[in-house]
Design a protein around this ligand. Structure first.
Ligand code: NAG
Ligand code: NAG
Ligand code: NAG
Ligand code: NAG
Ligand code: NAG
Ligand code: NAG
Length: 827
């Protein structure tokens, strides 16, 4: 990654350049002898500090310079048609993983650079053999939607986000990568790093929720998981940050709809996860379907050239979304396919997915001078560069091994991880009078109600990779297995009975009476309701996010028996669940939890293995009319004050402004107290950090883990700032009664915002800091003194974690810089 290594350390004396010289080695080339000594100090410090500066993936075994040489050699041998072929991505058959009729001939002629959907050793090797028949034998780049698992399915990304567990997200992605690569897949169209604040949009399930900081951290974690330090390794895949950009802001939450927003909102909210993806070394980007301020993303020069290639210096691959080049005709931008191809190529969309406008029109466009040869060459370079970095040119004759594939998929350790990570994604929204966990010593007759509890096909969600429904364990089976195992140790065994109540879509109440009888005969009822896969994911937009069909009536029917119950939600988005919030004794959000979702639900409901401690990554609105709803709102000129409600304030007449469940909310089987906030100083000079400590105590009688969150507010600034913004979080595990000090370092970057010239700026003035969780936060104040400081233009916010660990890493980096400057000064 050339750009990533071009780190210029500007000083009045010297310019040092970090250059990459081979397999994962970076050497600081200095201009003078003394600077060289300084450089040595830096290298040593970096080594001591281990990972103190974000390391870029070292990629394939060839050096970057060698890769560039080989690209030029290959390019010089290619015909224009072969070049255009490299830019074309063909689609195989999703269900079978095979290619389509006529596609092998294209491969043999060198007219296809990439495929998606084709996967599995057998299918892949057929394509591979066809490649070997082509003139230049350029390997194919094989892609697939490995969104949250390949064969072993993990929770949907929104669920993973609810875990606030970056290690878990990284591990899920790394297992998905190992399985996918074993099946011949090189490239996943993930992670989706679109911020979204509208749960009507079906694709909220595929993202990290509403928050920028959490979104940035999860984007990096998932890219680390998919790509590792080197995606040429045989258990890694190339990641693709998508959808550049604004896709999550579709008007009305209707998929593919128009997006229109200010550059400020774009840069403050929607771009940072994409910038973070570049920083994490992501190898590819996908353009969005939508138009952004009048220009479809696939032809958007401002985004693809000025920002991505210009400001961020990205040198990887940009692919269109499925058919999004040709769809520019529907957008009303291109009159025909030729114009669509011209606009997309000139804007910097290197590879065309699905539609075939590049191959069809590219030669004519070059002949007539509408697209420069160099534009085509650069796009081809980007494709080839990724193929080299993936190591595809090495061992071109080695087929993908079917045995290796079989040995990799669904490994027991992968299933175990899927179960653990699923349990970590659940959010306990309500637990009145300690309804949960279910105590099998006392609860002997358990009833399970709801078709979704026993619906194998719906254990798969909209994005299920290559997962097979028969591999997964339903909630009903998970509960039965758990109880059967527990019975071995119980003096009197527990039983599980089941009744659907209605089908998964719940169109009829005719089976309600049967369900009521089953519930009435039980000591405790688990009601499973929520969403089927079809109303979630791509094109799964809804204009109503209540429980669908008669599901709420079913819950009311069971509630009327007077038996204690928990509502287990199986959902792809935040739902409007006001009745449940007011009436149900307990609510557990389990999202679409993947292959091992059923056992994970049992682990949490019985509290035997897991004590929930996870937090909503997206607010749950009270009603649809509150959308968009986000915690980092601005105060306005007429803020609403619930203690002194006035008419002429920013409010709804018929509903509170607050969500039903706020961002960052989630209960545990224990309780925590967060207090004694202490600041290292209440007055700091501009450019200095502030240490913030709190005391966290487990005040319940079980061990548990709390996600301690730090929010910051810049009270007065040259650009109005949100009431609070998440800047860091830490997970703290505590035994019953245990207390611990937790410290955050708020860095100048955390206090900064983009000024009118898009420079990161820290202004002198007052700041408020909140530490805690959504329902219990302690507040402190500090003042920054001295003149406004601006960093170099960054193009997008550099979001910095203010956790202890990252600040320790930064301190090492700072020490290194300090030593360089000292030595340079001696020069
Ligand atoms: C690919 O070609 C090799 C060598 O001709 C052959 O042994 C192998 O069976 C072929 N594989 C497939 C999947 O067609
Ligand atoms: C249930 O009873 C067993 C045996 O008396 C005991 O070891 C266990 O702790 C009990 N479980 C709970 C949750 O109270
Ligand atoms: C049953 O009790 C034994 C002995 O305490 C323990 O090792 C085992 O894990 C228990 N089994 C279950 C299913 O709880
Ligand atoms: C919880 O306890 C309170 C006080 O005993 C009682 O009024 C309420 O009905 C209980 N709620 C549930 C769901 O059991
Ligand atoms: C809201 O109103 C209460 C009662 O008048 C007042 O004490 C409080 O300061 C107000 N809050 C704000 C933020 O103005
Ligand atoms: C907070 O700071 C005060 C004064 O420095 C100190 O006495 C107190 O122990 C600190 N509290 C915690 C929890 O660190």
């Amino acid at each position: 990654m050339k750009t990533a290594f071009e780190v210029y350390l500007r000083t009045p004396y010297r310019k040092l350049t970090l250059i990459k010289t081979g397999v994962g080695t970076e050497i600081l080339a200095a201009i003078t002898m003394r600077s060289f000594v300084a450089a040595l100090v830096v290298v040593t410090t970096l080594l001591l500090g281990e990972r103190c500066l974000a390391r870029q993936p070292s990629n394939s075994r060839l050096s970057e310079a060698e890769i560039e040489r080989q690209i030029e050699t290959l390019l010089s041998q290619m015909t224009l048609e072969e070049k255009l072929g490299q830019l074309q991505q063909l689609h195989g058959i999703k269900d079978s993983g095979m290619h389509r009729p006529g596609q092998l001939e294209k491969v043999e002629k060198g007219l296809a650079g990439s495929f998606y959907h084709v996967r599995g050793a057998r299918n892949v090797n057929v394509l591979h053999n066809a490649t070997l028949q082509s003139r230049l034998k350029i390997p194919l780049l094989l892609a697939f939607d490995v969104i949250h698992g390949y064969r072993t399915l993990f929770p949907i990304p929104l669920g993973e986000a609810a875990s606030w567990d970056l290690k878990a997200a990284e591990r899920a992605a790394s297992i998905a990568a190992a399985e996918a690569r074993s099946a011949g897949v090189h490239w996943t169209f993930a992670p989706m790093v679109d911020i979204s604040r509208d749960p009507r949009w079906g694709r909220v399930m595929e993202g990290s929720g509403e928050d920028v900081h959490l979104g940035v951290e999860l984007a990096k974690a998932r890219i680390r998981g998919f790509q590792g330090a080197d995606y040429s390794q045989k258990d890694k895949v190339l990641a693709c940050a998508k959808h550049l950009v604004g896709y999550g802001a579709a008007e009305g939450g209707r998929d593919y709809n128009t997006v229109d927003m200010s550059e400020r909102r774009l840069r403050e909210t929607y771009l940072p996860p994409f910038k973070a993806a570049v920083d994490a070394g992501v190898g590819s980007f996908m353009t969005a379907f939508n138009d952004l301020n009048g220009m479809p993303a696939t032809a958007n020069k401002f985004i693809l050239r000025d920002i991505l290639r210009g400001e961020w210096e990205f040198d990887g691959l940009v692919v269109s979304d499925h058919n999004s080049v040709e769809e520019m005709i529907n957008h009303g931008l291109a009159a025909d396919k030729s114009e669509a191809a011209r606009l997309a190529l000139n804007a910097g969309t290197d590879m065309e997915m699905f539609s075939g406008t590049y191959l069809e029109n590219g030669a004519k466009l070059v002949e007539t001078g509408k697209v420069a040869t160099e534009t085509i060459n650069n796009a081809v370079r980007n494709v080839l560069r990724i193929k080299f970095r993936l190591g595809l040119f090495e061992n071109p004759n080695a087929p993908v091994s079917a045995e290796q594939e079989q040995a990799t998929l669904k490994k027991p350790e992968f299933l175990k991880a899927a179960r653990e990570i699923a349990a970590k994604s659940f959010v306990l929204l309500k637990n009145e009078n300690e309804t949960l966990p279910i105590d099998l010593n006392k609860t002997k007759r358990l009833a399970v109600i709801g078709a979704l509890a026993d619906d194998k096909p719906n254990t798969l969600d909209w994005w299920s990779g290559d997962a097979h429904a028969e591999d997964s364990i339903t909630i009903l089976q998970g509960l039965r297995d758990f109880v059967a195992a527990a019975n071995a140790n119980l003096t009197s065994p527990a039983t599980v009975t089941f009744s659907k109540g209605c089908e998964s879509t719940c169109d009829s109440d005719k089976d309600f009476p049967a369900a009521r009888i089953v519930a009435a005969a039980a000591d405790f009822v688990v009601i499973v309701v929520g969403e089927i896969r079809e109303v979630s994911g791509e094109a799964g937009s809804l204009s109503n996010i209540d429980l669908s069909g008669r599901q709420l009536d079913l819950v009311k029917e069971i509630a009327a028996t007077g038996k204690p119950y928990v509502v287990v939600l199986k959902n792809g988005r935040p739902l409007t669940i006001t009745w449940l919030a007011e009436n149900a004794p307990a609510i557990l959000v389990t999202w679409h939890a993947g292959t091992m979702g059923g056992p994970a639900v049992a682990d949490v409901l019985f509290g035997a293995v897991v004590n929930p401690q996870w937090k909503t990554p997206h607010e749950f609105p009270r009603s649809l009319g509150q959308i968009p709803l986000n915690y980092d709102y601005k105060n306005t000129g007429r803020p609403f004050n619930a203690s002194a409600p006035l008419r002429d304030t920013s409010r709804y007449m018929d509903a509170p402004n607050t969500p039903l469940y706020p961002f960052g909310f989630g209960l545990s089987y224990t309780t925590f107290r967060i207090d004694e906030l202490n600041l290292s100083s209440e007055r700091v000079q501009n450019g200095e950090s502030v240490r913030v400590s709190v005391q966290v105590q487990n005040t319940g009688n079980r061990a548990g883990e709390e996600v301690v969150q730090l929010y910051l507010r810049d009270v007065y600034a040259a650009i109005t700032r949100p009431m609070r913004q998440l800047k860091g979080f830490q997970k703290v595990a505590l035994e019953a009664g245990e207390k611990r000090q937790v410290e955050f370092v708020v860095l100048p970057e955390d206090m900064s915002f983009l000024d009118e010239a898009w420079k990161m700026t820290v202004e002198a003035g007052e700041f408020e800091v909140f530490v805690g969780n959504s329902v219990n936060a302690v507040m402190g104040k500090f003042t920054v003194e001295g003149s406004t400081s601006t960093a170099a233009p960054t193009g997008a916010t550099t979001v910095v974690t203010s956790t202890q660990a990252s600040s320790a890493q930064k301190n090492v980096a700072r020490l290194a810089l300090y030593l360089v400057f000292t030595l340079l000064a001696l020069n």
